[in-house]
Structure formats: structure tokens, C-alpha cells
Design a protein around this ligand. Structure first.
Ligand SMILES: Nc1ncnc2c1ncn2[C@@H]1O[C@H](COP(=O)(O)OP(=O)(O)OP(=O)(O)O)[C@@H](O)[C@H]1O
Ligand SMILES: [Mg+2]
Length: 353
């Protein structure tokens, strides 16, 4: 617990967020549970995969958050639920104060147009037999923009915004004629074309060359500021979150286990799993090749029968017997205001929030 220090920078960030976060959140997740039913022989109930298990957070207009966690921790399941693709088994999502569970299918379609979606594999996301113009026309046609001149104008504007310049060089092209970075710019243009309030980007740079990753992240940051967009950036790579996220939520086995400003996580992280995640993140330094990093033993737990108590306890060197393996940890706020962790280590000095 020696790593709990207060920094001026963190206090500034917290004050910034506090002043910005007045009013109704744009997106609010309340005790969200997304479980997938497992069936034996195709029909007999065989349990649930608890992909998202009691997740809550608020996101305000213009906020950028990163959700970080290892493979299988439930990031995509959470994202698909925010997009209205998965239905939660328990809990609810509020967008602009409106509960998604109360929307009928037509309203749900309308709601989806307010969220832009950027997925991991740009080539897989783009229809191969459509030109860039056609790809970007489709959402406009579906949303009732009948005038072809208006569509063309909006397509050209969004293409310039995502730096597919000069537009005439790209507008007739098909996805296979574009580089990975250019394809991802088309995906981002499609996500932006209906003027969304929120962009959800699920591993948007993990399939791209290191050289274009920063450019794509900077593009998302520029769009966030110029359109006052909220952004949820989902990644397993902590080294990329600094580019534009203000807060980081760390996800482990379907649950958020630490929530903080970027500086809070990178310099004063609290949860042993966050520590493991940071130790597993390599900076490009030749000396790193010689260092064997200490990572926690074992595998992520089964989401069908998750461990009792804290889900990280079987891998945690600081596990407190009789507590961590028995009872779910509540949310503690032991350091800066707004830096929250679900970990029994902070029972003594961290008041429950
Ligand atoms: N439709 C589904 N039916 C059954 N199980 C599912 C379904 N979708 C996801 N899962 C399971 O939910 C768990 C979480 O998966 P998810 O894809 O959300 O993880 P992730 O954090 O996005 O992983 P990655 O980093 O590999 O993309 C996994 O165990 C997965 O097998
Ligand atoms: Mg995923």
C-alpha cells in the first residue's frame, strides 16, 4: 500500500472531472449483468457464462474513458450491450436519461444511430464489394437522407475529417485497395457520419502496424474534442491509453476492479491485478528483452463458475485467507477522491464509497 501517494496532477484531474460532470450523464450503466446461457445437447440448461457481472459507471458528454482488461474479461460483451446488441439479464443502461430496456425495436434502431462503433478488424468490418462512397451512403439512406447531393456533401465532409484526403483519391475505392490504416479511417468515418454523441471503439488499433496506431488514436482524440464526443476506448494494451483517455476502468473476469484517472492508474494504482497488468506492459526498450517479468501465476478464472469472493484471489500474492476467498470486496476509495478499487487490502485505510 506504499504506492498510495497524492499528486497535484491527480487533484487537478479530479477537479476537472468534477466540474465537467455536472448534470445527467450521457450514458449510465446500473448494476449491469450480461450472462450467456450454456446449453447441453443444444437444449438442456448447463449454466451461464457471466461475461459482465455487476458493472456500473457514468459517462458524461465529451468524456473519454478506456476499459482495459485481458482477453476474455468481458470487454466486447459490455460494448455490445451498450450498443443494444446484447440484452442484459439484470441491471439497465440509460442513454440521455432514457432506459434502453423501455425502447421498442424502432426506438432501439434510432438509439443505435446515436452511437458510432469502431471495431478491431477494419477489413472484416467493411463490405468488400462496396466502394467507400457506397459504404458511407448506406447509414444515411437507412436514416432517411433522400437527397443524393446532401449525402455526397456529408460523405465528403466526414472523409476530410478522418483525413482521407484528397477525397477524390479514395471515394471510388474498394476496401481491398486501401491500407489497414486507411480502412480504419473509413470505419471511423462510417461511425461518425450520423453525428453520434458517443463512439465505442473496441480494440481499434490492435490489428494495425505500430506506425499507424498513434495516428488513428490521435484522430479519435481530435474528433472527440472537435465534436464534444464521449468515447469508450476498449483495449487490452495499457500502453496506448495515454493518448486520449481521461479515466481508465480496469476489467477482470466480468467486473470492473479499479476506476481512476489515467495518472492514478499509471502512477498510483491500487489493485494487485492492475499491478500485474502494468508489469505485463512493455515499453519499447532494448533492455526489456533481457528482463523476465514477474506476472501472477495461473489463468483467468472460468466465467461459468467464478471463484467465490474476489475473482482474482487464486492468483493474488496478497490474498487474505478467510476474507478474499469468502466475500465479494466492496468499492473502496483509499487514495484520491474518485479513485476506486474493489480490493480487501484497503479495508483498513480505505472508506467504502
Ligand atoms: N454470444 C456468446 N455466447 C456465449 N458466450 C459468449 C458469447 N459472447 C462472449 N461469450 C463469452 O464471454 C466471455 C467474455 O468474452 P468477450 O468477447 O466479451 O471478452 P473480451 O474481453 O472482449 O476478450 P478479447 O480481448 O479476447 O476480445 C468469454 O468467455 C466468451 O467466451
Ligand atoms: Mg473483445
Amino acid at each position: 500500500m506504499e504506492n498510495i501517494q497524492k499528486t497535484d496532477q491527480n487533484q487537478v484531474n479530479t477537479m476537472d472531472n468534477a466540474s465537467k460532470n455536472n448534470g445527467t450523464p450521457l450514458l449510465s450503466l446500473k448494476n449491469l449483468h450480461v450472462w450467456f446461457e450454456l446449453k447441453r445437447w443444444g437444449f438442456a440448461h448447463a449454466g451461464y457464462v457471466r461475461a459482465v457481472d455487476d458493472v456500473s459507471f457514468d459517462l458524461h458528454r465529451g468524456d473519454a474513458i478506456a476499459i482495459v482488461g485481458e482477453s476474455g474479461s468481458g470487454k466486447t460483451s459490455l460494448m455490445k450491450t451498450i450498443l443494444g446488441i446484447n440484452r442484459p439479464i439484470k441491471g439497465d443502461i440509460f442513454f440521455d436519461g432514457q432506459s434502453l430496456s423501455e425502447l421498442n425495436p424502432r426506438q432501439l434502431r434510432e438509439f443505435r444511430s446515436k452511437i458510432g462503433f469502431v471495431q478491431q478488424d477494419p477489413y472484416g468490418a467493411l463490405p468488400p464489394f462496396m466502394s467507400v462512397r457506397r459504404i458511407l451512403s448506406e447509414p444515411l439512406i437507412i436514416n432517411g437522407i433522400k437527397d443524393p447531393d446532401e449525402r455526397e456533401e456529408r460523405i465528403r465532409k466526414v472523409m476530410s475529417e478522418v483525413k482521407l484526403n484528397p477525397v477524390d483519391d479514395f471515394i471510388e475505392k474498394f476496401p481491398h485497395m486501401l491500407s489497414g490504416g486507411q480502412q480504419q479511417r473509413v470505419v471511423i468515418a462510417r461511425a461518425m457520419i450520423l453525428g453520434p454523441k458517443l463512439i465505442v471503439a473496441d480494440e481499434p488499433v490492435s490489428m494495425l502496424d505500430a506506425s499507424v496506431r498513434v495516428e488513428i488514436l490521435k484522430l479519435l482524440e481530435n474528433l472527440q474534442h472537435s465534436h464534444d464526443l464521449a468515447v469508450i476506448y476498449i483495449t487490452h494494451d495499457l500502453s496506448t491509453v495515454r493518448y486520449f483517455s481521461e479515466r481508465i476502468f480496469v476489467m477482470y473476469a466480468g467486473q470492473l476492479i479499479e476506476k481512476s484517472s489515467v495518472d492514478g492508474i499509471l502512477s498510483n494504482h491500487l489493485h494487485p491485478y492492475t499491478d500485474a497488468l502494468l508489469k505485463g506492459t512493455s515499453e519499447p526498450d532494448a533492455n526489456n528483452a533481457k528482463i523476465f517479468k514477474e506476472v501472477p501465476p495461473g489463468e483467468p478464472p472460468s466465467l461459468v463458475n467464478p471463484p467465490k469472493g474476489c475473482r482474482f484471489h487464486p492468483r493474488c500474492a496478497k490474498m487474505i485467507d478467510g476474507l478474499c476467498n469468502v466475500e465479494d470486496p466492496p468499492e473502496f476509495e483509499p487514495a484520491e477522491p474518485g479513485h476506486l478499487t474493489f480490493c480487501w487490502l484497503y479495508k483498513q485505510n480505505g472508506h467504502e464509497s
